[in-house]
Ligand binder design. Structure first.
Ligand code: MLT
Length: 266
């Protein structure tokens, strides 16, 4: 489906009970909403599940500006369009960076938070340099070159060894991402604010999920968020890498489902 927000269009999928607690799923870089399919199919009896494409990805408009604040404002405008007041916001990796920006800019819209395979810190200078090099690679050789460079870090070792179909799925999504959206997101991540000081301000129910083999946003980052967000839950998924929701969908869904049960009564 497509939501028309005036200036731009955002692609989205929706499943589940119309009157249940809405859950908005925010994808990582350089993915699209399709990576949330295992959650939309499995959790639909429990919640109203909505996965959207951030601008520059999937079926959404490929249109600047690309910043974390802009992505967050887009999600808030999307919620207005769908008449959703408050939602559980579930962001994976870059989606988590967007969730932090939403917390700063649109706090009343967040019922509770799920931070999956993400981190609060900003890029180091070396990290920023890598973003520039990746953007250049995308411009010169396209997003399949970005996929080739990214997949080994993105998908966990166990999954790479045992589930080629998952690697293939993630690769195909990465390789098809629009160059301008990828370059824009790299710039948005490079310039993103450090969210470390935001953590202590989070006073809604928060679940932190991380794959034990995540090398991009490792367990130590998740533990740091867990220590800083009062009352948060931390769940580490065994034999799982960075895209935990597709690498171990059953384990991810159990943890998320338990959390949604609690959140419903919060
Ligand atoms: C993502 O999966 O969104 C990215 O790996 C995040 C990042 O590169 O910082």
């Amino acid at each position: 489906m497509i939501a028309n927000l005036g200036g731009i269009k955002l692609g989205y999928d929706e499943s589940g009970r119309g009157n249940g607690l809405p859950v908005i799923f925010l994808h990582g870089f350089p993915h699209h909403r399709g990576l949330w399919a295992p959650q939309l199919s499995s959790l639909s009896s429990q919640a109203r599940c909505i996965a959207l494409d951030l601008r520059g990805f999937g079926e959404s408009s490929v249109a600047p500006p690309y910043t974390m604040d802009q992505y967050a404002d887009d999600v808030a405008a999307f919620m207005d369009a769908l008449r959703i007041d408050r939602a559980v916001v579930c962001g994976l990796s870059m989606g988590g960076y967007v969730a932090f920006a939403m917390w700063r800019r649109h706090r009343p819209r967040i019922h509770s938070l799920v931070l999956a395979d993400t981190k609060a810190s900003a890029d180091s200078e070396e990290g920023r340099e890598k973003r520039r090099a990746m953007a250049q690679l995308a411009r010169e050789r396209g997003t399949s070159a970005v996929a080739d460079a990214t997949i080994p870090g993105m998908v966990g070792k166990h999954t790479r060894e045992t589930s080629p179909q998952v690697v293939d799925l993630v690769y195909r999504i990465l390789a098809k991402a629009p160059v301008a959206g990828v370059v824009g997101a790299l710039e948005a991540m490079r310039e993103r604010e450090d969210s470390t000081s935001t953590l202590a301000t989070i006073d809604v129910l928060t679940l932190i999920i991380v794959g034990e083999e995540d090398v991009l946003t490792p367990v130590s980052d998740a533990e740091a968020m867990h220590r800083a967000i009062y009352g948060s839950r931390l769940r580490v998924l065994a034999r799982t890498g960075h895209v935990s929701n597709v690498e171990r969908p059953a384990a991810f869904n159990i943890v998320l489902s338990e959390f949604l049960d609690t959140a419903r009564h919060a």
